[in-house]
Design a protein around this ligand. Structure first.
Ligand code: ADP
Ligand code: MG
Length: 771
């Protein structure tokens, strides 16, 4: 349920920092004039002629060089944090050029009076909680940064990229972002310090520790309170504190390489922020480009949404940053016109406090149940023990302790508590008894002790969990009786009232000034013509000056657009160059077939704003295109094996795969025909080619063996273990190939095996002198 609220403009304040040491030594002029009372800031163009009218801007508040951290907090931030405690969403973001004090304003320094908005809000939140009455609170914190358009959890060491998701109830949120439940200021500070250590910072010409990312510290405050209907109602307020990266021009930072790429992304997201602001203020735009960057998506609620928003624009006083200061002021001036519709988040579905309360109630019931159970068990145990001891007594000491038995029985009836106290006494009696019941008794006792111990442990666990959960829920009202506390509260209220008065005064003065100009002329009455001429001349001059101002403004805006366009072109060139490089890699190093495969699987996920791979097998047609499964191995074998091989193995033959020949070259066992070499003979001519062959000399007097054709002797392979007998005869005959010169031999008989099996035949050396 939510209560719709009227529109509320984004509150814009400007803060100017003092000169830094470098600016002082470089003899820079101060170009800013701050009128805190009127909320007005005037900017002087250092290159303009002295008579040129200076540019003035009016804001909700303006803080000069001497402003303290507490001023900005009490005046501007305190009301916003109070709203968050009431269940509104609130956002504070610092915008400005690098080195103008965004991080200083948001985080500040560790010293007490230099603490920034974020740590000051911790004190504020917990003080308010401690002063509350009949309310329960749960405070949790998250810390993230957007670096190069990637969202990272600063509280998680793994630095994983996180995705943005959208939920109709809670809007845009970061999936899997860690959130830490905190119980006091120290814990929140610890969370902040851990996050700060992981933040991306780098050196630029303008700031040694320039923040290179947008950082968002989020505090969620859940408050439960009994409503008029007697039911508990939960309100959830989220406070986003954003320290944006610098908005300066790339040329000023001296950024190159990686830094330039960072700057490109920073500028893109900031220009997306600018576009969102323009579209919101414009009033004509039907489309607000929130989706153009992660930053604008996350700030969607804060800009034109249901949150209360404060923008702190930071400026430096130095003349050399005139352009940047003017841009910042223009940006801030535009943001003033954004209208939000803040609403209280009441009873949201995802309130963690509700879950905690339910869990605590469950644990409490469990504890109570166990407590009564334990009590009951103890009572039963005592009574049983007593009865037993009484029986034992009865058997062994009937005569001797008859009186005691009677007394105990009477007492047991009277008061079970008494028996608990009497436990030790009955124990003594049990120990005395070493009769036929002794061992059984002992076992029973041990079992009971065991039960008791288990019970105790379970109870302790539940109590521990209960305490831990309850300690996370904070309740105020404990110090409320404290007199000083009461006074402080009053003091703060008064301070707030004064701040409110000052704010109203400022607003009225601004209105008066505006109206004065419009209505001044209506009141004018002229006594003479000359007077009328004089006054009208004055007015003409004033209007002329205004015209000049507007003309200058137009010129400035055009110039600014030109510069922005140039920068965008530069960014585009940079991206094109990178794209060309990637193309080069793809064209030259990825085979076209592979490239096509990848391209066909890619699709753009507009929800996630990312390219994604489609699965290999579309999930809906999975059953239709079943992937063929590899045949499974026979039990006991390493790999699939054919039936044939299995049979061979069972037959005891060696492994089929070890060294199998596919081809069988049958050993030629026919007796060689011997010739005496006749160098001039026609036979040799026929065998060794024409005349003049060099081999002719070499072969002189070498006995030559004539062969029949080889083609008939190539056979298909056979498994050697299929026919061990015949193969062995072959092997043995082949091994005796050295005897080819010794005379005629019997030919190896043809093998009767199947043609598909192989015979392992070592052929080397079978034809030693062969050509
Ligand atoms: P940004 O975050 O805008 O880049 P920083 O906050 O890091 O800039 O500020 C740059 C330097 O200026 C820091 O050393 C900081 O202490 C100093 N500084 C900024 N604002 C103020 C201020 N209002 N008073 C004193 N010092 C300031
Ligand atoms: Mg910074």
């Amino acid at each position: 349920m939510s209560r719709p609220k009227p529109c509320e403009a984004v509150k814009v304040v400007v803060r100017c920092r003092p000169f830094n040491r470098r600016e002082e030594t470089m003899d820079n002029d101060n170009i800013l004039e701050v009128n805190s009372k009127l909320g007005q800031i005037t900017l002087r163009n250092p290159r303009a002629s002295p008579e040129e009218v200076m540019k003035s801007f009016t804001f909700d508040a303006v803080y000069d060089f001497e402003s303290k951290q507490s001023d900005i907090y009490d005046d501007t931030v305190r009301p916003l944090v109070d709203s968050v405690l009431q269940g509104f969403n609130g956002t504070i973001f610092a915008y400005g050029q690098t080195g103008t004090g965004k991080t200083y304003t948001m985080l500040g320094m560790p010293t007490d009076n230099e603490r920034g908005i974020i740590p000051n809000s911790f004190n504020h939140i917990f003080t308010q909680i401690s002063r509350s009455q009949n309310q329960q609170y749960l405070v949790r914190a998250s810390y993230l940064e957007i670096y190069r358009e990637e969202v990272r959890d600063l509280l998680c060491k793994d630095n994983k990229k996180l995705d943005l998701k959208e939920n109709p109830d809670s809007g845009v949120y970061v999936k899997d972002l860690s959130s830490v439940v905190t119980k006091n200021v120290m814990e929140l500070e610890h969370v902040m310090n851990i996050g700060d250590e992981s933040r991306s910072v780098g050196f630029t010409n303008m700031n040694e520790r320039s923040s290179r990312s947008h950082a968002i510290f989020m505090i969620t405050v859940e408050c439960s309170e009994k409503g008029t209907d007697g039911e508990d109602h939960i309100r959830v307020g989220k406070l986003n504190m954003v320290d944006l990266a610098g908005s300066e021009r790339q040329s000023k930072t001296g950024a190159k390489g990686e830094r330039l790429k960072e700057a490109t992304k920073i500028n893109l997201s900031l220009s997306a922020l600018g576009n969102v602001i323009s579209a919101l203020v414009d009033g004509k735009s039907t489309h607000i480009p929130y989706r153009d960057s992660k930053l604008t998506r996350l700030l969607q609620d804060s800009l034109g949404g249901n949150a209360k928003t404060v923008m702190v624009a930071t400026l430096g006083p130095a003349s050399k940053h005139y352009e940047e200061s003017l841009t910042t002021l223009r940006y801030a001036n535009r943001a003033k016109n954004i209208k939000n519709k803040p609403k209280i988040n009441e009873d949201p579905k995802d309130a963690l406090l509700r879950e905690f309360q339910e869990e605590i109630a469950r644990l409490k019931a469990q504890l109570e149940e166990r407590g009564t159970l334990a009590k009951e068990r103890r009572r039963r145990r005592n009574s049983r023990r007593l009865t037993k001891s009484m029986i034992v007594e009865d058997v062994a000491h009937r005569e001797r302790d008859a009186e005691l038995w009677k007394a105990l029985e009477a007492e047991w009836k009277r008061n079970e508590e008494y028996y608990i106290k009497e436990e030790e006494e009955s124990k003594m009696i049990e120990e005395d008894e070493k009769g036929p019941f002794g061992e059984k008794e002992q076992m029973e006792k041990e079992r009971m002790m065991d039960d008791m111990q288990k019970e105790q442990e379970a109870m302790e666990k539940i109590i521990e969990k209960y305490k831990a959960m309850e300690s996370k829920i904070l309740a105020g009202g404990k110090n409320i009786i404290d007199h000083t506390n009461e006074q402080q509260k009053m003091l703060e209220l008064k301070r707030q009232e004064i701040a409110e008065q000052i704010r109203r005064e400022r607003e009225i003065q601004q209105q008066v000034m505006a109206q004065d100009e419009e209505t001044g002329e209506l009141r004018e009455t002229f006594s003479s013509l000359q007077q009328e001429v004089d006054l009208k001349t004055k007015k003409l001059k004033r209007l002329y000056a205004k015209l000049q101002l507007v003309k200058a403004e137009i010129g400035d805006v055009i110039d600014e657009h030109v510069v922005t366009r140039q920068e965008l072109e530069q960014t585009q060139n940079e991206l094109t160059r990178e794209l060309k490089f990637k193309y080069l890699l793809i064209e030259n190093f990825i085979p076209p077939k592979e490239k096509n495969k990848i391209m066909n699987r890619l699709h753009f996920d507009s929800d996630e704003d990312q390219w994604r791979f489609r699965p290999f097998v579309p999930s809906e047609s999975k059953s239709a295109h079943q992937v063929k499964r590899r045949p499974t191995s026979v039990v006991g074998y390493k790999r699939p094996i054919s039936q044939y091989a299995q049979m061979a193995v069972t037959a005891g033959a060696p492994c089929r795969y070890r060294a199998e020949n596919v081809m069988l070259l049958e050993l030629d066992m026919s007796p060689p025909s011997m010739y005496n070499l006749n160098l001039n003979g026609a036979h040799l001519e026929q065998n060794f080619g024409g005349h003049g062959s060099p081999r002719r000399d070499l072969l002189a007097n070498v006995p030559f063996r004539d062969r029949t054709t080889a083609s008939g002797r190539i056979r298909k392979s056979r498994s050697w273990y299929q026919a061990p007998r015949s193969s062995s005869s072959c092997v043995s005959s082949s091994s005796s190939s050295s005897s080819i010169t010794s005379g005629p031999q019997t030919q190896c008989s043809p093998h009767p095996q199947r043609p598909s099996s192989a015979i392992y035949t070592p052929l080397e050396g079978s034809i030693p002198g062969g050509p």
